[in-house]
Design a protein around this ligand. Structure first.
Ligand code: IDP
Ligand code: MG
Length: 158
């Protein structure tokens, strides 16, 4: 598993509902490190590229229109096993099914307005980080309390 980077998008509903701070706090509290952040308007073209796997799905047009309807906050997060950790913190895709304690479970009820995107594999993370961040926009920095977030006494953070 090891140290991973993942792409998170706080979707237009999260921004419109004023939930950015609460959601970021969950990731910070968990111990994930923010290594990139960008408040931006997603273009139709970028939404289409990002969701190209869903092109044939019945919800695709609505999804692209939702994702381009209002600004989003894009985050790059880093941590050991960050991809799976973020996916479990997000909860199931549909707000109606996501369990309490997850972001989607606690903050929403809708199946299409589900607040957050997170990369679902190392391959997706690499591709998506490249789509949303330019060179130099992901910053490697030393966290003062890293030695209390992870046990750093061995070869790998644990
Ligand atoms: P994920 O975001 O949990 O990875 P995916 O299946 O990859 O879920 O779908 C991408 C996004 O498409 C979802 O987050 C949601 O916004 C939207 N979506 C997925 N399935 C449906 C659906 O059946 N109706 C409406 N929107 C959907
Ligand atoms: Mg997905």
């Amino acid at each position: 598993m090891g140290m991973e980077q993942t792409l998170i998008i706080l979707k237009p509903d999260a921004i419109q509902r004023g939930l950015m701070g609460k959601i970021i706090t969950r990731f910070e509290d968990k111990g994930l490190k923010v290594i990139g952040a960008k408040f931006m308007q997603i273009s139709e073209e970028l939404a289409a590229t990002h969701y190209s796997d869903h092109k044939e799905r019945p919800f695709y047009a609505g999804l692209v229109s939702f994702m381009t309807s209002s600004p989003v906050l894009v985050l790059a997060l880093e941590g050991v096993g960050a991809i799976a950790i973020c996916r479990s913190m997000m909860g199931a895709t549909f707000g109606s099914q996501a369990v309490a304690g997850t972001i989607r479970g606690d903050f929403g009820v809708s199946n299409s307005f589900n607040l957050i995107h997170g990369s679902d594999s190392p391959e997706a993370a690499t591709k998506e980080l490249g789509l949303f961040f330019n060179d130099g926009e992901i910053i490697s920095w030393n966290r003062a309390n890293e030695g209390w977030v992870y046990d750093l006494s061995g070869d790998e953070p644990e």
